[in-house]
Ligand binder design. Structure first.
Ligand SMILES: [Zn+2]
Length: 254
């Protein structure tokens, strides 16, 4: 089905890789497939919709023009193309320039949680003096980061949380760079995901100041104080690994 939709279409320009703060942009629809009950798949030449990937849930939002409006429920990455799936709210879609807009409240929460996840990796290593090996993560509700091995002891967990919040208070920057494979192996050979990466011409390297860099295509905040506060809720052992449940808080929702 998805293969059918993207046949003959160029790969999508992933604008969120270059500017995670872009909430709205003009793009050109290159193809759409309409289904029953006003369901529709839309592919555009570029997009700010981050698909569900690497533990980050999909963006949601709107695609609209003077002629129609579609509510986007999810974005899927398939062979380098982003396919937006949604429901027609008004009008008749056509192949034309449109405005795409993400639900910013949802995305910004994901950016804060995602960046907090990287920070927790660093803080667990700092407190336990052991390298962390990430397994998986989920940044939707019941947000967690997964790691190999035994969870830190209770007092260590409290120290991890305190260290994370101390580093947030230092307002460290999050740097993004695009590098080739040679540079990647030079700079991030210890990154836990280094051997799971698909082959690419360029890799996106993310680094919180003072922490190890990691290749990552997710969306992050630019400065750590945007996270607010990190709260570790619990750690749960599952087989030979554990999940560390956490969330981010701001003064308005804490
Ligand atoms: Zn990331």
């Amino acid at each position: 089905m998805l293969g059918e939709i993207i046949r003959g279409i160029n790969t999508t320009e992933l604008s969120y890789l270059y500017d995670s703060y872009k909430r709205r942009m003009k793009v050109r629809i290159v193809k759409f497939v309409q289904e029953r009950k006003k369901r529709i798949y839309i592919v555009s030449n570029k997009t700010i919709f981050h698909p569900k990937s690497g533990g980050q849930p999909s963006d949601v939002g709107l695609i609209s023009s003077d002629n129609f409006k579609v509510q986007i429920m999810k974005a899927m990455l398939y062979k380098g193309r982003i396919i937006h799936f949604g429901k027609i709210l008004e009008g008749e879609p056509r192949v034309e320039p449109v405005t795409i807009e993400i639900n910013w409240k949802w995305r910004y929460l994901l950016m804060r949680r995602h960046t907090a996840g990287h920070l927790l990796d660093h803080c667990i290593e700092g407190v336990t003096s052991r390298n962390v090996f990430t397994t998986d993560s989920w940044l939707g509700d019941n947000c967690y980061a997964g790691y190999r091995g035994d969870p830190p002891a209770k007092d260590e967990t409290l120290k991890v949380e305190a260290l994370a919040n101390k580093i947030i208070d230092e307002r460290r920057k999050v740097k993004i760079s695009f590098i080739d494979k040679k540079e990647l192996l030079n700079l991030a050979s210890e990154a836990p995901n280094i051997h799971r990466l698909p082959e690419a011409d360029k890799y996106r390297l993310v680094q919180i100041e003072g922490c190890k860099p990691i290749p990552c295509t997710g969306t992050h905040v630019k400065k750590l104080d945007e996270i607010g506060k990190v709260k570790i809720k619990e750690t749960r052992k599952t087989g030979s690994s554990y999940k560390l449940y956490f969330d981010v808080e701001t003064s308005s929702n804490s």
